[in-house]
Ligand binder design. Sequence first.
Ligand code: CMP
Length: 140
Amino acid sequence: MAVERTLSIIKPDATARDITGKINAKFEGVSLRIVAQKRIRLTLAQAQAFYEVHAERSFYDELCEYMVSGPVVVQVLEGEDAISHHRDVMGATNPANAADETIRKEFGVTVQENSVHGSDSPETAAREIAFFFSQVEIAG
Ligand code: CMP
């Protein structure tokens, strides 16, 4: 296993309920170190660009509107095998299908309001980290 970095977003449904600390405790509890973090309001153009891979999907417009409905916390997580490890602790996209003790099982509301986002591959992680952070903002 190699040390990797991945991009994490704590989404508006979670910031609205003040559970960012509980979600961060989940990450830190499985040795995913938060090496960069900021709370921001996305613009619609940023949300559309971030999720452009889903532009043809039926849920794209609604997803982008949701992502600008409140603040988000964008983060870089670092650890052994961080990309898949992070996806494991998040759980399935749809909280209804997520395993016990995962973030989406415990905190997710719907398939859209599923509390967290994580990169799905090394290539995506590189793109998504660079979307939000410069190198000097990441302190490993
Ligand atoms: P995320 O992991 O951020 O990737 C794309 C997001 O689209 C997903 O989490 C959900 O928030 C949202 N989404 C809404 N509807 C669906 C759907 N039917 N299938 C997958 N993702 C969906």
